[in-house]
Design a protein around this ligand. Sequence first.
Ligand code: FES
Ligand SMILES: [Fe+2]
Length: 387
Amino acid sequence: MRGMNAPVHLPPRTPTPAQLTLARRCETDEAQAPVTSRIAASAYTCPDRFDAEMQRLFRMLPVVLGPSAMLPEPGSTMTHDGFGAPLLLWRDRRGTLHLFLNACRHRSTRLLDAPEPTAAPAIVCPYHAWSYGPDGRLKGIPRRDSFPGIDTARLGLVPVPAAEAGGLIWATPHRPQAADFTLAIGPLADDFNALGLAGMHLYARRTHRVRSNWKLIMDAFLESYHVQRLHRNSIARFFRDGVTASDTVGPHMRSAVARVGGLAGVDTNDWPALRRVVTYTYQLFPATVLVASPDYVNLMVLMPQAVDETLVEDFMLIAEAPQSDEARAHWARSWALLDGQVFGTEDFGAAEAGQKGLQSGANSEILLGGLEQGIAAFHASVAAAIG
Ligand code: FES
Ligand SMILES: [Fe+2]
């Protein structure tokens, strides 16, 4: 494992060249080609397909666990179990984040239950009180004399490969042979640093249990065709109809979604002004979505549990902790609109309704139009990764 330093001081923020290019393409791209494609319904319903995805994607590739802001304080720890491996996240007193398996090296007892951050200079196993420090080192064994000949230096907590960059915590929870964080600490971190993610405050987090295949949820964030329809009573009025420009960063997708107003007259180096007319979204392969609204960011971490069940943890990040009742009321409205209605009811509701329809056998394939080809590209990436 490598230690990870959370960035504290960041340079003045401006859009990255890639973000600027996407914004300009929203204005200039020709209408989307009138092309259709299809995806087999079994991609969402077949248990064997689901098992292959777990093995080849979620057990092999880096996944996002959450924002750095979910464990901001030095000297604190929390547990994470959404990807099936028991993880212990521990930020030491210098701010460096460490990840370990949440299991004692004596007889494997689970060490801690802490889904929320908790201050911890040390962790003591509840069974026989072996104790560990934030760097994972075994610090103490009661009745040490009864363990002759053991090498305590080899009995530290088991490290989990991870990287903290751009305000996100990435990890390979199942410790594959090789873990490649190159894109996470490189071009993606550049974009997220431009959005100021690393310095943001976690306003709220909530885990939704969605009764659908995880890819149906990703699909909702890979096209803007539905925004004027499904979201007609919530956010439709903020957006133009299906005006989106996208590119890729390895298997990850990045999109600029045009809001009403357009770029005309906007100084594209005026980042707040640009974000008022363009919403940037990131589909981080395999299963994380980031949506950068004008003044806050939602990060959604999808954690598949079964072929037809997914946990989605929604994090809302804002520039700083609210200082007044007015600010608290403002952010409460944003949280209720996005987490409560747009995602929690509309997008996740559509995914659940889609799963029911797929399982009915009504269609052996689903049909994608010209505004939905981001979904086709994503499914092609999944298919390629599982071989
Ligand atoms: S199992 Fe942890 S101290 Fe014994
Ligand atoms: Fe949506």
